[in-house]
Design a protein. Structure first.
Length: 134
């Protein structure tokens, strides 16, 4: 999903400069949103959240490899922006890469191995799935 990168000519960079780091980053207006009070250290995973009365949208950035244990909750949908997730949903394991999305029905057990550098956008049916940081 490299389509989000600014072409070198438009950014004023030469092609070699632009190629140094073509990773997708979330813009400041997203990363400035409140983070979640997650049960994982901030040097492992960072979050930015948009919450409504009905849903929770989270922009996750994984700074280190992480194992997410099997668990279940209400419905969740997500899309990989960058990196790779080995996601097990209901006993079936699949690798998800940029541009791939997943849908997890309410109550279905799931867990993941997430590689460092991965960015995902997850939408949770529960608006209070995780508390906001104080």
């Amino acid at each position: 999903m490299r389509g989000f990168s600014v072409p070198p000519a438009a950014s004023g960079e030469t092609a070699p400069e632009a190629a140094k780091d073509d990773r997708m980053t979330f813009p400041d207006f997203i990363t400035s949103q409140p983070g979640l009070d997650l049960p994982y250290p901030e040097d492992v995973v960072q979050s930015a959240t948009v919450r409504s009365n009905d849903r929770l949208v989270v922009f996750f950035t994984f700074l280190k490899d992480m194992d997410l244990p099997l668990h279940a909750h209400k419905a969740q949908w997500g899309s990989v922006v960058e990196g790779e997730i080995e996601l097990t949903i209901g006993g079936e394991t699949r690798i998800y890469r940029p541009g791939d999305s997943y849908s997890i029905a309410a109550g279905v057990e799931h867990g993941a191995r997430i590689k460092a550098g991965t960015r995902v956008i997850d939408v949770f049916e529960e608006p209070d799935r995780y508390p906001l940081k104080p």
